[in-house]
Design a protein around this ligand. Structure first.
Ligand code: IMP
Ligand code: MG
Length: 184
C-alpha cells in the first residue's frame, strides 16, 4: 500500500466517506441497540483515546440505560498509517471492571491487533462480560480476527480521518469521515 510517511506530513482532506447525517443516525441506532442489550446490567463503556472520544461522547448520549465511562490510552501507531503490532498502555483505567459489563468503544478496527491486545488485557481483570463497539472497520486489512459486537460502518481500505480519527493528530474535529487526500 502507498502509506504516507509521517514526515510527508501534510495530508489534506480527501473524499467524504461518511456524511455527517449518516454518521449521527447510525450512532443513534447503535445507542438504541446497546440500550436494549444492556437493560438491567452494569455497563461500563471503556473508550480508547484519543480516536474514540467524539464517537463515545455522542454514543453515550443515545443510551437510555445507566452507564459509567472510563478511558484508556494505548499507542500502536505513532504518526504512520500502518500498525506496528506493538501496543503500549499510556493511560490505564481508573476503575476496576471486575464483575462488570464492559463495552470497549473504538474508533476503528484496522489490523485488529490493538483490539486483540485490549481484549486480552481487560479479560484478565475478570469482567462479567466484554463486548466491542467500533464506529468503523476495514475488513480487508484484518490480520487477526476479533469479535466485534457492534459496528457502525465497514469502509474500504482507505486511511480515514475526522469524527475523532486523526492523521498526525490533525482532522479529529471534522464532523464527518473523510479519506486522507494523499492516500491514493
Ligand atoms: P489496528 O491495531 O491496526 O486495528 O489499529 C488500531 C488503531 O489504529 C485504531 O484504533 C486507530 O487509532 C488507528 N487507525 C487505524 N486505521 C486508521 C485510519 O484509517 N485512520 C485513523 N486511525 C487509524
Ligand atoms: Mg484507536
Amino acid at each position: 500500500m502507498g502509506d504516507p510517511s509521517p514526515s510527508s506530513g501534510t495530508g489534506g482532506i480527501g473524499e467524504t466517506l461518511i456524511e455527517s447525517d449518516r454518521l449521527h443516525s447510525r450512532v443513534a441506532e447503535l445507542g438504541a441497540e446497546i440500550s436494549a442489550d444492556y437493560a438491567e446490567r452494569d455497563l461500563v463503556m471503556v473508550g480508547v483515546l484519543k480516536g474514540a472520544l467524539i464517537f463515545m461522547a455522542d454514543l453515550m448520549r443515545e443510551l437510555t440505560v445507566p452507564c459509567e465511562i472510563d478511558l484508556m490510552a494505548v499507542s500502536s501507531y505513532g504518526s504512520a498509517t500502518d500498525s506496528s503490532g506493538v501496543v503500549r498502555i499510556l493511560k490505564d483505567l481508573d476503575t476496576s471492571v471486575n464483575g462488570r459489563d464492559v463495552l470497549i468503544v473504538e474508533d476503528i478496527v484496522d489490523s485488529g491487533l490493538t483490539l486483540q491486545y485490549l481484549l486480552r488485557n481487560l479479560k484478565a481483570r475478570d469482567p462479567a462480560s466484554i463486548e466491542v463497539c467500533a464506529l468503523l472497520t476495514k475488513p480487508e486489512r484484518r490480520r487477526v480476527e476479533t469479535p466485534i459486537r457492534y459496528v457502525g460502518f465497514e469502509i474500504p481500505d482507505r486511511f480515514a480521518i475526522g469524527y475523532g480519527l486523526d492523521h498526525a493528530q490533525r482532522h479529529r474535529n471534522l464532523d464527518y469521515v473523510a479519506a486522507l487526500e494523499q492516500d491514493r
